[in-house]
Ligand binder design. Sequence first.
Ligand code: PMP
Length: 376
Amino acid sequence: MARPWNFSAGPSALPLEVLEQAAREMTNWHGSGMSVMEMSHRGKHFTQIRDEAVADLRELLSVPENFHILFMQGGATAENAIVPMNLIGRNGAGKADYVLSGSWSNKSYKEAQRYGDIAVAASSGAAAEIDGAQYGPWTWFPAPETWRVRSDAAYLHLCGNETIGGVEFTDWPDMAGLGAPDVPLVVDASSHFLSRPIDFTRVGMVYAGAQKNAGPAGVTVVIVRDDLIGHALPICPSAFDYANVAAAGSMFNTPPTYAIYIAGLVFKWLKRQGGVAAIEAQNIRKAEALYSFLDASNFYITAVHGPVRSRMNVPFFLKDDALNAEFLAQAEARGLMQLKGHKSVGGMRASLYNAVPFEGVQALISFMQEFERQYG
Ligand code: PMP
């Protein structure tokens, strides 16, 4: 039986090949006689799984040797505290600056306030006029020239892709050009991780909860530059000190072994697809198809400023809200699942992560065309 198309924002669709491989290997991994869930994390089998996952991820994203790849727990939400606890003590000033662009960056900013002197470098929380058009709060991204970054901040944080608002910003500036050459950029990349390349000359650290493009919930990927670790505040739990986690090869405590294993299978799947450049080309094609359909329609509406529309999360609205329930019911009956928008935004949201193929987007567009013919 064909599987439905899954547009969930996360946890979200995984490649079918990965699920089937995991099923085959469930009770007896590679002749070991054990499930990956039953193995000691320190044994040779799991050590191999961990090593391959790190090596494959390093290759996929061309992660430079002076960056550590860590597998942690607590999700991106825990990183909202773990980042300041590790980084804010770097230079003695105890300061960090945040760019606010939607729900997730706001959460990061609020949590960080518990650990030091935290300031807003820029915010899209007000309506704005851009090139003669009006945009509501959190539907655009503040231009880097307008950011106010303190030159003694320990880091500058931003969210690369706001999963709820559908705002994606990857034009990361050279911090020297902003008068803050010593301030590393820290990016929450949770919902666009592995969907496109990352320019590691522009960031000091990237982190991502795995449960969108990288694997199941339960593992957080942290990629952090060598010189930024080793400065944790005394209150930082030992298990969340990046220096400890790096020194122990992500095994300072028992890691989420099964989640790391599945993420490792996803990395191998991604390599078979041709790597991150190839998947990015697919992601561009998918997003362009959906956005151009939405732009041409008078029945559906989008709110996000064109240049920062997310390729991964596409929020859209029906002109007539009263049709929302009918839209979702008919979509589900057609095998188009989890299209309901986040409750804070309303409307619909189609998440087009790596594991959603172009065919799934075509199926969504043809359903939307029919629904428009029926009710438009
Ligand atoms: N940041 C972003 C951009 C997210 O999309 C999410 C989860 N949807 C989070 C942070 C929080 O992640 P978690 O629930 O894994 O803590």
